[in-house]
Design a protein around this ligand. Sequence first.
Ligand code: PLP
Length: 430
Amino acid sequence: MSELLDRHRAVMPAWMPVYYGDDALEIVSGRGRHVTDATGRTYLDFFGGVLTTMIGYDVAEISDAVRSQVGTGVAHTSTLYLIRQQVELAEKIARLSGIPDARVFFTNSGTEANESALLMATNVRRSNQILAIKNSYHGRTFGTMAITGHRTWSSSSLSPFTVNWLASADRLRGRMARLSDADLIDAAVDDLREVLATVTAGDVAALIAEPIQGVGGFVAGPDGLLGAYRKVLGEHGILLIADEVQTGWGRTGDHFWGYQAHGVTPDLITFAKGIGNGYALGGVVGSAEVMNAVPAISFSTFGGNPVSAAAGNAVLDYVLDHDLQGNARRVGSILLDGLRALSHGIVGAVRGRGLMIGIEFVRPGTTEPDPAATLRVFDLCREGGLLVGKGGLYGNVLRIGPPLTLTEEEARDGLTVLSDAIATADAEAV
Ligand code: PLP
């Protein structure tokens, strides 16, 4: 155990998760898609921090933009003054959102973005009833934990909302298991209608959904699911909030936003993580009608500060100028095809889209989750010089969310490490 980990444990709360336990990593530098730890060992980062380092490490365009802002001597004064970088970024995001006459509000994180969206939705509809999806993750404050359908992270007993839950699109177990796309959409719509008719008072403010559930293990419903929900929501005047904290900015390859796979435009979109490439930045973009509906003046001291906004502008320009969405599609399909070609009993599912790929581990021949095998693969990957993420309701999903600049060669390198790790864990499991 390192001296820093000792000090970390002595001063941080016990509930803060750290990957690799007693062997926790201290990352001290990064370049491209690689990071180096305090011992001098270099790793290929297939998780991009936690989908935060979206462009990669040490990117000149991002560092220069931040340096140039810092060079003015003003890291931040207050959002009570005009901030050119913030207005420019808001204009770009409003244009890209697909929402007519859009407004943007910046925060420092995804949690705050979702809190803000809930604040606006509940006020415009004059209702504190929210619909959320089981197995979701939306953040770590009272409001967002209340709509997080994942026991490890949720705290619904302290909810400021009345929350009702829809089934997640889990294809392995539960009521959606093994349904065709069309049948799953029908079942999900029936579920929504039943929830509305039975356990709500009919005046629900909003449904919040991740187009692909992130922390939940990269679980995605079929294309068109949110559109099908939207038809029913529209009958009741219920708003749709898309939490694009993990799925936005082209990560899914086929689309710039995850919601675009569903033939629907949400009323509100929340974003964070990758847009700052590591600088703290999040926000909400939505229709003027909803975005203007906050009961009193509200602002964020640091949301959209000049340094984060400078980073955000540079990141967004980089994503568009280098067609990183196209790269996510191309390189993601190499990974997805390579992983799908593996044939091991412990692999229950390989799923995903673009550079957002999940591998679910089960006990061979069953759908019973196998978190131990997952952990083994996770540790073996690190031994092989590859960092990946973990997640899923049962801790049995490896998550791959590398920087969108990942090259084909790096994808193949990572695939080799992953394949070897999975083969070893599989052999040990029998
Ligand atoms: N929404 C989603 C989909 C997330 O994955 C996360 C974080 O993992 C959040 C919201 C919360 O974001 P933050 O940790 O920046 O508060």
